[in-house]
Write a protein that binds this ligand. Structure first.
Ligand code: DHK
Length: 155
């Protein structure tokens, strides 16, 4: 399916979250804020309105890869925060290369202002766009931008 074709379907938007993001709210609040992942999911669903949205989190690299494979057939767009795997996972990079629709890479913190180990994402060269540093608000912002990119839904 071409990128253009995937825009007109009302397939789900997949929002995928990597390791340690299940601890949001408690984890390094000075960097990630106090908003929990459940609250971020609610913000995404509100931003998606009637458009179907799948919101998931895993601490396991293989699980994220399996969900990206699933998205190849089930999703119109992917929003992914690979978290710490952003800087190490060639398998996730390879999986994202196979996704035919738009991909937004998202980081809650501005990774480019952080320690060197956080500054070079392997994913950025293969994604449509990168959002970093907007805090939890980056998620509903990404969902709204994805809806605009996907265009009007087929009735
Ligand atoms: C989340 C993580 O877990 C870190 O490993 C990344 C990212 C940054 C975030 O800002 O959402 O470096």
């Amino acid at each position: 399916m071409t990128k253009a074709a995937s825009r007109r379907t009302s397939k789900q938007i997949y929002v995928l979250n990597g390791p340690n993001l299940n601890r949001l709210g408690l984890r390094e609040p000075e960097i990630y804020g106090t908003t929990t992942l459940a609250e971020i999911e609610a913000l995404c669903r509100e931003a998606a309105g009637r458009h179907p949205l799948e919101f998931r989190q895993s601490n396991a690299e293989h699980q994220l890869i399996d969900w990206i494979h699933e998205a190849i057939d089930q999703a119109s767009g992917v929003i992914i925060n690979p978290a710490g795997l952003s800087f190490r996972s060639i398998p996730i990079l390879d999986a994202l290369k196979m996704f035919p629709g738009p991909i937004f890479e998202l980081h809650i913190s501005n990774i480019h202002r952080r320690e060197e180990i956080y500054r070079h994402s392997l994913m950025s060269p293969v994604v449509t766009a990168v959002l970093a540093g907007l805090g939890p608000d980056g998620y509903p912002t990404a969902v709204a931008a994805m809806l605009r990119r996907l265009g009007p839904r087929r009735a």
